[in-house]
Design a binder for this molecule. Structure first.
Ligand SMILES: Cc1cc2nc3c(=O)[nH]c(=O)nc-3n(C[C@H](O)[C@H](O)[C@H](O)COP(=O)(O)OP(=O)(O)OC[C@H]3O[C@@H](n4cnc5c(N)ncnc54)[C@H](O)[C@@H]3O)c2cc1C
Length: 181
């Protein structure tokens, strides 16, 4: 085996050991957490705004509970946007449902709100629906602005797929395409 292949093999091995080693550790930690966390009447709200890669993982001690505000029904897997801009018929696989995101979490620790935050005050997040959510702590994980096809206007699966199909049609109809790396 050439030294290049050995290097790739060692890197891949490191990745898989870390990945598959972390998963059981996380499961045991989650199990322990569900035994130790207890619902308390005056629990303080930790609000997480934006539920993509940065906002999706949180562990809280007793006395705190999480409220998760995310405008989209599904995680938009942005890494794959270029692929689904040219590959027809598979757009729906670019979106990972958020249902079950708190599976296994202790009852009462987590609430999900699908809405768009429009403003933040000293202790509240104001939502497009007109509701507001009070917080003791706020984590803002709203990412950065990206144009189509990375960020889509629709917050629901069908609308988002429709937007991606529109991008596919524009590319199919194009005579000249520049690929910028
Ligand atoms: C084509 C492509 C390939 C990439 N490849 C890689 C890679 O190989 N490796 C890598 O590490 N990174 C890669 N990235 C970068 C990676 O996608 C970003 O770093 C990552 O998405 C950032 O995560 P985030 O959670 O901070 O923000 P985002 O993924 O942008 O998520 C922000 C979330 O906040 C929500 N949100 C925003 N505003 C509001 C609001 N007002 N109210 C409610 N919710 C709101 C959004 O709906 C979204 O779910 C790639 C990006 C692209 C576009």
């Amino acid at each position: 085996m050439s030294s290049g292949k050995i290097k790739v093999f060692i890197k891949a091995l490191g990745f898989f050991v870390l990945h598959f080693g972390r998963s059981p550790v996380q499961r045991v930690a989650a199990c322990g957490h569900s035994w130790t966390w207890h619902s308390t009447p005056g629990a303080q709200k930790v609000v997480v705004l934006g539920g993509s890669f940065a906002g999706i993982e949180l562990t809280l001690p007793t006395g705190y509970k999480a409220v998760w505000i995310e405008k989209n029904s599904n995680l938009n897997y942005s890494f794959n946007s270029p692929r689904f801009s040219v590959l027809t018929g598979h757009e729906q696989t670019a979106f990972i449902p958020y249902d079950g995101v708190a599976k296994g979490a202790p009852p009462g620790i987590f609430a999900r709100i699908q809405d768009r935050a429009v403003a933040i005050t000293e202790n509240q997040v104001l939502l497009a629906s007109g509701d507001h959510v009070e917080y003791a702590y706020l984590a803002i994980e709203t990412g950065s602005f990206q144009p189509l096809p990375v960020q889509l206007v629709s917050t629901e699966l069908n609308g988002a797929c429709h937007e991606l199909k529109g991008v596919q049609q524009i590319i199919m109809a194009s005579q000249k395409i520049a690929i910028i790396y």
